[in-house]
Design a binder for this molecule. Structure first.
Ligand code: GRF
Length: 200
């Protein structure tokens, strides 16, 4: 079975990148990280990539006249690295329909809530302030609509009376680190099955 080549997109801390890399190292995931794409020169994710010798494509969005302009370069870079799947892991940019259509069904995202509840950039805080008894984590395919693509996996996280926003964030991030490698694995095995069916 062909090893799946991932391109992991990060803007910040990179803990989900690390969780996926660790799963690969432990042979829980038949994949490799062919590339990290990053838009922020001070992201800690870059330190992680350097430590593990993962190639990085770092770009400055401000140097391009539009989102589509840098996405065209990104699609060329992904092609040259022969990546099979884009894994958004804390990438703080909205992708244009151009990019999403070019890589249709080949982009995953992780979101820190039980979608469709609490879409947007402050999902953990929004759930906490809403006083819900449970929230969670979702991995979904990316479509033109933000935080709305088909759901691959979800994990519930209970909110206890003693939770603070900080403790809830910690619980959510732990759940993310378990869920994302599982979701990538599920995506890969589904894809392998369907491509075998197409070959028949
Ligand atoms: C995660 O909470 C993820 O759900 C959200 O951005 C955060 C990224 O964290 N999309 P990290 O950079 O992977 O540590």
């Amino acid at each position: 079975m062909k090893e799946c080549r991932l391109a992991v997109f990060c803007s910040g801390y990179g803990s989900n990148f690390q969780a996926i890399l660790d799963a690969i190292r432990k042979k829980k995931l038949n994949a490799s990280i062919a590339l990290m794409v990053c838009d922020n020169p001070s992201a800690y994710a870059l330190t992680r990539a350097k430590k593990d010798r993962v190639p990085v494509f770092l770009f400055n969005p401000k140097l391009f006249k539009s989102r589509k302009a840098y996405e065209k370069i990104l699609t060329c870079v992904l092609k040259s690295q022969q990546t099979d799947l884009v894994v958004l892991a804390g990438f703080m940019r909205i992708l244009t329909p151009y990019f999403v259509r070019t890589l249709r069904d080949r982009i995953l995202n992780i979101h820190p809530s039980l979608l469709p509840r609490f879409k947007g950039a402050h999902a953990i805080r929004d759930a906490f302030e809403a006083g819900v008894k449970e929230t969670g984590v979702t991995v979904h395919l990316v479509t033109e609509k933000v935080d709305a693509g088909p759901i691959l996996l979800q994990k519930k996280v209970p909110v206890s009376k003693t939770d603070t926003l900080r403790s809830l964030e910690t619980k959510i991030h732990r759940a993310e680190h378990r869920l994302y490698p599982l979701a990538v694995k599920k995506y890969i095995s589904y894809n392998n099955r369907t491509s075998k069916l197409k070959e028949k």
